[in-house]
Design a protein around this ligand. Structure first.
Ligand code: NI
Length: 189
């Protein structure tokens, strides 16, 4: 199969603010190809998650692979490669945790984001099998970050007002197309 590296849409592009819709898997040609392309695009950009709006699509799909951040402390990340189709978070619980995040659509900005420590999510995997699972810790965090993309929400929306002011000029530059990084991107203009 021919893998295509897709450009990653950068902050300011309207598609990143769209609310995505569930797909009809029976009526979605080249789903497997899309998933493969999303993984390869993410790997090339050194990301651990990528959501459909980041490649310009309004479909309710994201991919996650935590193997690059597996460690002695977290060996379970090694096999954590998942596709989330028609994902819906059913429940969020646990304490709010404040941890630094970044995003392939917002290069050069890393800020602490508050998120719930535990989630329960329903989704279809790449074989269209339905799952309902609970995640905690870093897994819950990455999943919530990608899931937010499906609702047009970006991590910079959730940072403190002070930090928002600190990154404002960088974000404005991105909106104007003044941005560079070492992977293929699609700027606003
Ligand atoms: Ni992101």
């Amino acid at each position: 199969m021919l893998i295509m590296i897709l450009p990653i849409y950068i902050y300011g592009h309207p598609v990143l603010r769209k609310i995505t819709e569930d797909i009809d898997p029976d009526n979605y040609p080249k789903l497997k190809e899309l998933i493969d392309n999303m993984f390869e695009t993410m790997y090339l950009a050194d990301g651990v998650g990528l959501a459909a709006p980041q490649i310009g699509l309004t479909d309710r799909i994201f991919v996650v692979d935590l193997s690059p951040v597996a460690s002695e402390e977290h060996p379970e990340f090694r096999d954590f490669k998942r596709v989330f189709i028609n994902a819906h978070i059913i429940e969020r619980s646990g304490e709010l945790e404040l941890i630094e995040e970044g995003c392939l659509s917002i290069p050069g900005i890393h800020e602490k984001v508050p998120r719930e420590g535990e989630i329960r999510i329903a989704y279809l995997d790449e074989n269209l099998q339905r799952h309902e699972e609970t995640y905690t810790g870093f897994m819950a965090r990455v999943i919530q970050h990608e899931y937010d993309h499906l609702d047009g929400v970006l991590f910079v929306d959730k940072i403190s007002p002070l930090r928002k002011r600190m990154v404002k000029s960088k974000l404005t530059n991105m909106e104007k197309g003044k941005v560079s990084c070492d992977y293929k991107i699609k700027k606003v203009r």
